[in-house]
Every structure is written in C-alpha cells, then in structure tokens.
Ligand binder design. Structure first.
Ligand code: ADP
Ligand code: MG
Length: 703
C-alpha cells in the first residue's frame, strides 16, 4: 500500500524542466531525489508581487526588497577565483550595485537579453552604498506573460545552484509545474477526519498547494497550521505506538522480589537518607520491572541530584532476582569513578563487580568476559566496551546508561540484543532537557525525573569577569586552596583534535603554574590527547586530594565527583554552550563548602554570548537553563535531541508551536490508547501513511 501516488515517487529528473543535469544538482545540493521531496521543499517566505519598492526607500535597516528598473551597466572584473560580475541598477529614484561572484559569465550573458528587470534580494551596505549580491532576476516582459494570482514563494537554495539556473524562483517554477500535475488522490489525507473537523484543518492536498502558492496571507497561515499539526501529530503517533506496543507486548524480565541484597544495603550501608524524588523514581522503576514487561525509562535529574545511587539500588534489585546488570558511562574516567565508588559501597556485600573499559588489559579482559558469560560476575561497570559484540552475558537483567546524550539510539538497540529476553533499560541524563522537548524527543521512553537536590546543597555562586581580572581571580582561587579546597581550571576544547585549542591549553597550564609555584601547589592536567593511563593517573591524584588544581579540557564535563573541589574557573567561557557550562559547573558545589564558579571571557562578546553568561550567573536550575537554551538556540541544537532521530521537524518549532504540540500529543496518545493496532476504519488512512513512511526514519526500526 502506498499513500503518495506513484507520481510522487518519480525520480526528480523526470519532472518537466529538470532533466539529468539539474536533477543531479537538486539531489546533491538540496537532497531532492523524488517529486515528493520537492513538495516538501518548503518556501522560506513569500513575496507580494504587486508590491514594488524603490531604491530611494532603502535604508541600512532594509533587508529584502523587490525593485523594478534597468541595468544600465555591467562589467566582468578579476580573474579565476576572484572573477565577479558587477552591474548598476537604476529605477528612476536611485542607483544600486549588483554583484555576482558565481556564475558571472552566465549571468552576464543573461543581462544582454533584455533591458527591463524585476529584481529581488537582500540589501547590504558597502562603503555607505546599497548593494545586492546574487539577486533574483526576472525580465518584466516574461512576468507579464505569466500573471500570477498567488504570493510568490522564495525557496532555500545555494549560491551554486542559483548560478546554474536553479535559483529560488526557478525552483518555484518547478514546484508549480509539479503541483499542476497533482490531484487530491496524490496527496491523500493522513489525519483522521474527526480530528481534522474538530480542529478545522484544511485538506492535506490544499495545504500543500497553499503552503507553496497561497492566494493570500490567511491561506498561507492555514496551510502552515495544518502541516505543522500533521508533522507533530504523526511523530507523536509513532512514538506512542512504539511505547505502547513495547510496554504491552514486549516480554520483559521479571524482577518480582525485593530481596536481601537490596534490603541489607538499604538498611546498613546507604550513606544517607534518600530524597523524596529518589524514592519516587525507585518506585517507578520497581513498578516497571515487576510485571514482566521490558522497561525503557529515561531518568532525568540535574547535576548532583543523586542518580548514581538510584542506579546502584536498581542493580541490586536485579541481583536479588538472580540477574546481571551493567552500568555504562561515556568516558573511561567516569566509568572508573563509578566503579571505585560502587566497590566502596558494596564492599561488605557478596557481589562480584568489575570494571571493563578500552584499556582493560587482555588477560584481565579475558577473565571478565568469561565471568560474565558464566554468570559469576554480577555487575559490570564500563564504557562502550561493554556493548561490544564480544561481550556475552549469562543473564543480563538491566543495562543502565549514564549520561545518555553521548549514546546513540543504535547503541541502545545493541544492548537489547544482549539477552534472549531484552534487558530492562534505564538511561540517565543530566543534560537538562525541558520536559516538553524530552517527551517529544524521547517519547518512546517512559520518563522519570529527580526534581529535588539532596538536602544542604548550597547553590554555586557564579560570576562573570573579563580576562583583565585573571590575576585577581587566581588570587581568589589561591585563598580557597589555602583553606584546604581544590579547584578546576577549564579550557575549551571542542574538538579533541583541534591543534590550536591544545596549544591554548598548554599555555593555560603554564599560566596557572606561574600563579601557583610548583614547590607549594600541585597541579593535575587532563586532556583528550593524553594516553588513557596518564589521564587516569592525573585524575586519580586530584580525586584523592594529592593535587589541588585540575587543569582540564571538557573531558571532566560529566559525572566526575570530587566534593572537596569548591572553585571552578572556566576560561573563554563564551565559547561554551549553556548546557555545557551548566554541566561543568555541576562539578563544584558537591560538598558542604560554599562553592564558586568564575566565567572568564574576553571583553568583546556577542549579544547572545552575553545573555548566556548572564543566565549562568542568574540561576543554578538546570531546567530553567535548558528552557533559556532552547529559546536562544532552538531545539535543533539541543544536545541529545539531534541523535534521537525522532525530531525530524521541517516546519514545526517546539517552542513557538508549543500549543499545537500539546494538542497533537494529547490526540495522538488518545488515539493510540483506543486503537493501538489502528484497525478502526477511521484510522485507515493514517495507518497507510505510517506504513509507507516507516523505514525512512532509523529509529522506527528498533521498535
Ligand atoms: P548525579 O545525579 O549528578 O549523577 P551523583 O549521583 O553523582 O549525582 O550524586 C552527587 C552527590 O550527592 C554524591 O556525592 C552523592 O553521594 C550525593 N548524594 C546522592 N543522594 C544523596 C542524598 N539523598 N543525600 C545526600 N547526599 C546524596
Ligand atoms: Mg552522574
């Protein structure tokens, strides 16, 4: 069964006006392979053709204008790569310069043909004079021939395509030709009629016509509303189907008892009382695992909210029921720290616990692998190494993934195969994602949140200073260290291989050394280029308090726990994103001491960077920060959601369209709840649409 007609599945070169050459360009540059992709290549905006600006009206604040006039002069300048075409355009009220850097020859030829042009483009100012580069060009003569009764769409394209006859306007012509060939049956409904009626949505066919060629503004808005709703609704239906089916039908391992290990630990060895939120989450996990269905749960909790202990208690639950468990961390440092912490906590319990990472020695590795296969090892802590194909478990009951945003969906799927009955999965993340976004991005997972910090935590005092205060900041750091505390100095190293930032780090290290003479202070340094062993050793020296200062790149970003560290200085703080800054700051404020985070930046800051640093100083609440982050950057950039694959949104914006999202979510949940097999005839078109489009999204394969 297909929902889009055979026509829409045609290769793009078959469309009249495309052909093999342009077809190739559309495929390569815009990802348009089939007719259908062109239909989904939505315009950026529309121009009202009846509205013509004059050059006189242009001010530095002007962005896009449409002008009608003559090209009075044009000239090819320069050679080779710097070759460009410059032209003078006049409309009777003034003059504006036009420039083409690409396709200069081609455009020059075009300019010979006619005198009167309509041009459209973005104005910029150069030496105080208005200029337009790569404007859209159309001869007034040809425009008159095709009088239009719609607002003209402007499509996203590339400079390269523009210069090869595939500018926004040409794409519009192709789209117009395509839509001209289509009828209702090519673009059938996919939203149940009851819902369309209730929300007064226009038909799908009409929506596609009007999003490209709306007769007026109101029609465009209706089309946009319909298609945004469709996008969100379909995504939500998919996620609900996956979740409901898994919960109801996927056989899961039964943890039906809370036994001796759990109870003994809880009564005798738990170093503190659990917070209400931790207890609630444990209850949720217990409910999930006690009914024979597979658990797939996302646990979100701000940095320092105490997720590790929840993980440990869950692993004890597994052990009590005779199952193995594993805990995976994104870095070796973090895995090792988890391991050391858990070994200490479990030292008086009959639990075999091992660490397995990339640098585990061959002999030891062999022993661990054998122990896991035989079942003599109950718990394993590790990095990605744990999910390598070579690792075979005797009876893995639960896999816990810490700091989930570094683990892709595919890796989760790999875990499911580690056991005949898929193990329970708990993913923990401290990358705060606003709840609405989390539910959309990870809608196939159940969701728990630890929304309460352990008692007695003081917020980290955060200040922003420009570089010129560095000496003062270092003096402050020294006074804290002299009180017996430890400190982090963090340098940005976005790409571990970036040579420049590496040099920055080395210079930084020397600089820190100059403030902290070697005979008085000891410094650890950790960075991504360091051999694992050395990293490990330096980290360990800081953890044990042997060194007072940790100079590091963002490798310490997640999870590392040194409660005695009370100062963090972040160098070039403007280079970090909000969620990363928040993660970093979470490394301090873990003990009883008052903690400080100093954001050092250059004095020249973009408006956005200034806002980011301001937010950090204003709040410690990870969820608030995440909301702001979303506002500043948009959901596409929020760490973790991109990999989720579920957020493949073209039109809808999770913030701006929060209202539509809410409605779509509710309706989708109700629909799936009532008819999870989509057997109701009223859901036939929806079902057909899902069947046809499944497979285009990778995540659907692992349901
Ligand atoms: P995260 O959620 O960031 O992984 P951790 O699990 O590392 O947080 O916990 C942070 C610190 O808080 C640890 O030192 C841990 O021992 C401590 N902690 C966790 N839960 C509690 C609690 N209920 N009461 C007091 N301290 C706690
Ligand atoms: Mg943690």
């Amino acid at each position: 069964m297909t929902t889009s007609s055979a026509t829409l599945q045609n290769p793009i070169e078959y469309l009249k006006g495309v052909g093999p050459l342009k077809g190739d360009m559309l495929r390569k540059d815009l990802g348009i392979h089939h007719f259908e992709d062109l239909l989904y290549h939505f315009p950026l905006r529309h121009i009202d053709r009846t509205h013509i600006n004059t050059i006189q009206q242009i001010t530095p604040a002007t962005d896009f204008v449409q002008l009608k006039g003559k090209i009075t002069f044009h000239e090819l300048i320069g050679q080779g790569r710097s070759k460009r075409l410059v032209a003078e355009f006049r409309d009777g009220t003034g003059v504006i310069e036009l420039v083409w850097f690409q396709g200069a020859n081609w455009v020059a030829k075009l300019l010979e043909k006619t005198a009167l042009w309509m041009i459209y483009g973005k104005v910029s100012f150069f030496n105080g004079k208005p200029q337009m580069s790569h404007p859209e060009l159309e001869s007034v003569e040809s425009m008159n021939a095709s009088a239009k009764d719609f607002l003209e769409p402007v499509y996203p394209t590339t400079e390269k395509l523009k210069s090869r006859g595939l500018g926004g306007r040409q794409i519009g012509k192709l789209t117009q030709a395509l839509i001209g060939q289509l009828s209702e049956k090519d673009i059938p409904e996919n939203i149940p009629q009851l819902i369309s009626e209730k929300l007064q949505l226009i038909s799908r066919f009409q929506a596609f016509c009007h999003i490209h060629f709306p007769p007026d503004e109101a029609a465009y808005k209706q089309a946009l509303r319909r298609l945004k709703f469709e996008e969100l609704f379909i995504a939500q239906v998919r996620l609900n189907l996956i979740r409901v089916r898994r919960n109801r039908h996927a056989r899961g391992i039964l943890f039906d008892k809370v036994g001796e290990l759990f109870n003994t630990f809880y009564k005798k060895y738990l170093p503190f009382a659990l917070t209400g939120a931790q207890k609630r989450v444990l209850k949720e996990i217990r409910q999930d695992t006690a009914h024979g269905h597979q658990m797939n749960r996302l646990l979100q909790g701000d940095v320092g909210s105490g997720k590790t202990i929840v993980a440990l208690l869950t692993m004890l639950m597994a052990a009590d029921n005779g199952f193995q468990s594993c805990l995976m961390a994104p870095t070796e440092i973090l895995a090792t720290q988890h391991y050391n912490g858990l070994v200490e906590l479990l030292k008086d319990l009959p639990i075999e616990l091992r660490l397995l990472t990339g640098s585990t020695k061959a002999k030891q590795r062999r022993e661990i692998l054998a122990g896991l296969e035989q079942g003599s090892i109950h718990m394993v802590i590790g990095t990605h190494a744990v999910i390598e194909d070579k690792v075979v478990f005797n009876n893995l009951g639960i896999a816990i993934v810490d700091e989930q945003h570094r683990f892709g969906v595919a890796q989760r799927a790999k875990l499911w195969k580690k056991s005949v009955i898929p193990p329970h999965i708990l993913v923990m993340t401290a990358t705060p994602i606003p709840r609405t976004l989390a539910m959309t991005a990870y809608g196939d997972l159940d969701y728990s949140v630890i929304d309460e910090l352990p008692p007695g935590r003081q917020p980290v005092a955060t200040i922003h200073r420009t570089d010129i205060y560095r000496a003062k900041v270092m003096r402050f750091m020294r006074s804290e260290i002299d009180k017996g505390r430890q400190a982090y100095v963090i340098y940005p190293l976005i790409e571990e291989s970036e040579k420049l930032s590496y040099e920055d780090l080395m210079q930084g290290y020397e600089q820190v050394k100059s403030y902290f003479p070697e005979h008085l202070y000891k410094i650890s340094m950790v960075h991504g280029r360091m051999p694992a062993e050395q990293k490990q050793m330096n980290m360990q020296r800081f953890v044990t308090g042997d060194t007072q200062i940790m100079v590091s790149t963002t490798v310490i970003e997640v999870g590392v726990n040194v409660p005695n560290a009370s100062v963090m200085v972040i160098e070039s703080a403007e280079k970090f994103g909000l969620s990363q800054l928040h993660q970093l700051r979470g490394r301090v404020g873990r003990g009883a001491e008052k903690s400080y985070c100093v954001l050092l930046s250059s004095a020249k800051l973009s408006e956005e960077a200034r806002q980011r640093l301001g937010i950090m100083c204003a709040t410690n609440d990870g969820f608030k920060i995440a909301e702001k982050d979303l506002e500043l950057r948009g959901p596409g950039d929020i760490e973790g959601t991109r990999q989720s694959g579920a957020l493949n949104l073209k039109l809808a914006d999770l913030v701006a369209d929060a209202e539509i999202l809410k409605v779509a979510k509710q309706l989708a949940a109700d629909l799936v709840e009532a008819d999870e097999k989509l057997e109701n005839p009223a859901h036939a078109t929806l079902r057909a649409f899902l069947v046809q489009s499944t497979g285009k999204t990778a995540w659907s394969k692992i349901s």
